[in-house]
Design a protein around this ligand. Structure first.
Ligand SMILES: [Zn+2]
Length: 208
């Protein structure tokens, strides 16, 4: 198990993979520091500052609302079209006694991404002014653990496969919601490449 606390302390860098300790030095633009022993990435030069990250979070929020409000797919059976949103699907799964799948889908496709974006927005908002907002430490730890728990990419791929397969039996039309999820998937992938540890360096504890 890795530690949830940042691995940069007092000018030192610790490899999360093999625990080798390095003295830190400033990185040039685009430079990546790797571990000498195991080649694990120690640190990257941050490409995006808090302002850009906040803008990215706001974009993801808008796309997230669209992905949830717009229907994801329309099925046509005996000439009767029926479209459904993500929440419509989750509720149907619950009613069909697939409770575990319904809860997993609600968590990984709705609650975790929502929590993640809210926390991102919170820490970036204060980081713009070089400050740490209330609960900064807790938010950073939560973000560390939430990292592997947003599954939009699995959902989009799964939904695409299901749409193609179901075409044999029904008229299936992908709706805007699924494309919004696709866009969200790309944004979440970009978030995945951000080294949040930079925030510890660019922010200071608030006074007063
Ligand atoms: Zn290493």
């Amino acid at each position: 198990m890795g530690t949830a606390t940042p691995t940069t302390t007092a000018g030192l860098l610790i490899c999360e993979h093999c625990d080798t300790v390095y003295r830190r030095r400033p990185l040039a633009r685009g430079e990546v520091a790797c571990c000498e022993r195991c080649n694990f990435v120690l640190e990257r030069h941050p490409r995006l500052g808090p302002d850009q990250l906040l803008a990215l979070t706001a974009t993801a929020m808008v796309v997230f609302v669209q992905a949830n409000v717009w229907p994801i797919v329309t099925l046509e059976l005996n000439g009767r079209p029926s479209s459904t949103t993500l929440w419509g699907t989750i509720i149907t799964m619950w009613q069909q006694h697939a409770e575990v799948v319904a809860v997993l889908a609600a968590l990984t496709l709705f609650f975790f991404p929502l929590l993640k974006m809210t926390l991102f927005g919170w820490v970036f908002w204060f980081a713009r002014r070089g400050e740490r907002g209330p609960g900064f430490r807790g938010a950073m730890i939560a973000l560390h653990y939430l990292r592997p728990w947003t599954m939009s990419e699995v959902f989009v791929l799964g939904a695409m496969v299901a749409i193609v397969k179901a075409r044999v039996y029904f008229d299936v039309v992908p709706d805007p919601g699924i494309f919004a999820y696709g866009a969200l998937m790309l944004l979440i992938t970009v978030f995945g490449t951000i080294d949040l540890r930079q925030l510890w360096d660019v922010t200071r504890e608030r006074r007063g």
